[in-house]
Design a protein around this ligand. Structure first.
Ligand SMILES: Nc1nc2c(c(=O)[nH]1)N(C=O)[C@@H](CNc1ccc(C(=O)N[C@@H](CCC(=O)O)C(=O)O)cc1)CN2
Ligand SMILES: Nc1ncnc2c1ncn2[C@@H]1O[C@H](COP(=O)(O)OP(=O)(O)OP(=O)(O)O)[C@@H](O)[C@H]1O
Length: 207
């Protein structure tokens, strides 16, 4: 693969990073899809428990996502959020190149296919999440996230008046040394994989 050699913030550097990311996304997605569905489901169950423990969900509005392309399935966590007095939402692409909207959702609600055929609620009831669960294609040691390349989460987080807690959710296999962060990249607050939370929230080092 063509390495990233320019480190000067030039247009050339940016172009190299974007080309490199495209190949890395394809590589990481292929690795993810090569894992059997049974193992991914097992990891998803670990992730539900770890995410539930990584943040105070009581009375919070939490943005989920409808899993596709082998993403962890965190939907069982929605019942826990609701039981603790919280609300749930799904991210919705309203226009390419624009921030996502978060539409109120709970398990059992009617859905319709949105962009990329990802299901979205049939009713547009926009909410502002306190906690955003963000699926990662890749993540690095500084908690930067590589997504599908649409820039949706970065654009959305940049546009929000109050920063939510952003939990990047993925599998250990998505770990990278660096995503070669660019000025628009926004680091996650936490990254959770099937093997744990990084960094470990203060006061939970013994858990
Ligand atoms: N499960 C899930 N739902 C989600 C997201 C996600 O990452 N996972 N999203 C998180 O963002 C949003 C959808 N993300 C999307 C990202 C890119 C494109 C898209 O059309 N991409 C272009 C290629 C982009 C490029 O490489 O330049 C395309 O396919 O033509 C569509 C949706 C909202 N819902
Ligand atoms: N705040 C922003 N304002 C305008 N453009 C942005 C912003 N954040 C990201 N972008 C643009 O989005 C494009 C994709 O960015 P990037 O490679 O970081 O996507 P990604 O994080 O992998 O995708 P996604 O967030 O959809 O999962 C880039 O061209 C970038 O310039």
């Amino acid at each position: 693969m063509e390495p990233v050699t320019a480190h000067d913030g030039s247009a050339e550097h940016r172009q190299q990073v974007m080309r490199w990311r495209k190949l890395e996304r394809a590589r990481l997605l292929a690795v993810r899809m090569s894992v059997g569905a049974d193992l991914r489901l097992q990891w998803s169950k670990s992730l539900v428990a770890l995410v539930a423990d990584s943040a105070d969900l009581a009375d919070r509005t939490v943005s989920f996502y409808w899993p596709f392309r082998g993403e962890p399935d965190l939907r069982p966590l929605a019942a826990i959020v609701l039981a603790r007095g919280g609300r749930c939402a799904l991210p919705v692409v309203v226009e390419k190149g624009k921030p996502l909207e978060f539409w109120s959702w709970q398990p059992g609600d009617a859905l319709a296919p949105g962009v990329w055929n990802i299901p979205i609620p049939i009713i547009r009831d926009t909410v502002i999440p306190d906690i955003v669960l963000s699926p990662v294609v890749g993540f690095d040691a500084d908690r930067y996230r590589l997504g599908y390349g649409g820039g949706f989460f970065d654009r959305t987080l940049a546009a929000m008046a109050a920063s939510p807690l952003v939990i990047g959710v993925g599998y250990d296999l998505a770990r990278m040394d660096t995503i070669h962060p660019l000025p628009h990249d926004i680091a996650m607050s936490l990254i959770v994989t099937e093997s744990g939370v990084r960094p470990i929230p203060a006061g939970r080092q013994n858990g």
